[in-house]
Design a protein around this ligand. Sequence first.
Ligand code: UDP
Ligand code: MG
Length: 320
Amino acid sequence: MDTNKKTIDIIVPCYNEEDVLNLFYTESSKVTEAISDYNCRYIFVDDGSRDKTLSILRELAEKHSNVNYISFSRNFGKEAAMYAGLDNSTGDYVVIMDADLQHPPSMIPDMIEGIKEGYDCCAARRTTRKGEAPIRSFFSSMFYKVNQKMTNIDLVQGAVDFRIMTRDMVNSVLALSERQRFSKGIFAWVGFKTKWLPYENVERPLGTTKWSFWGLFKYAISGITSFSITPLRTVTGMGFFISIFAFIYIIFTLIKTLIFGIDVPGYVTTLSAILFLGGIIELSIGILGEYVANIYMEVKNRPIYILKDTNLPLGGKKHE
Ligand code: UDP
Ligand code: MG
């Protein structure tokens, strides 16, 4: 390792990636070996894989001096894996990329160019969603629209977690030490100048996606609740309008009863009102609950990840 050169840490979250890891390393090291003006170092994060991911990482680390790994005590999720990678990185620049080669390593030199041009961050943006279920693309674009309306952070459509960042930006990202992490929002929230590089979706060569539909849905909800209180305001607004409407309706019915006497029928109206309000109340409690749950998780202040094994010096960063 040339100590005069600046270092780039490449963080790769891995969960059950035994099929693709060796291929990933071969492909990406072709690119990183050609980068002559920086030292490139890998930090693989084994996110509690149940397959041979960790032993493959150990083998890679034995064979190649630029390979480091950290391994969790269980599966903490990709967000935690990315955080751990950043937390344990010391490089002047940090790249985050997936292990499944869906983030083309060939883009790394272009990203470095972006940094040389003076950007703090250079990130990839998918322009097509080829090979993805149409229903997933539909919900995904819905999510961007809703998120855009509700939060004042600017999420870029198609942005993926493949990027290079300067140390300053990484430190800012780490300073947001929330437990319920939504990195796409965090990257946007910290600001800094980002250059976007478009690319076409690449299908996974091996292995399968780790996301279930339900998993993505929960992720989308946390994306909104961790950056916006608009849903809470909406509940307040809804309550306000319903109260005004109810008040006018009561006055109206009172006057009508005084003039025309008691009108007995009204079963359907009563039932509709009860059901409608019941629905709204349930929904409001649910929305409130999402925020209470977030507070609950944050207040417990549990570590974002638990390290079990690593080949990094000092056993990775010490945790308080
Ligand atoms: N991943 C992880 N922990 C998880 C799920 C996924 O570290 O709990 C990693 C996975 O190994 C991969 C990346 O996150 O490197 C993206 O996962 P995947 O390819 O399943 O997601 P997709 O590309 O379908 O969005
Ligand atoms: Mg993938």
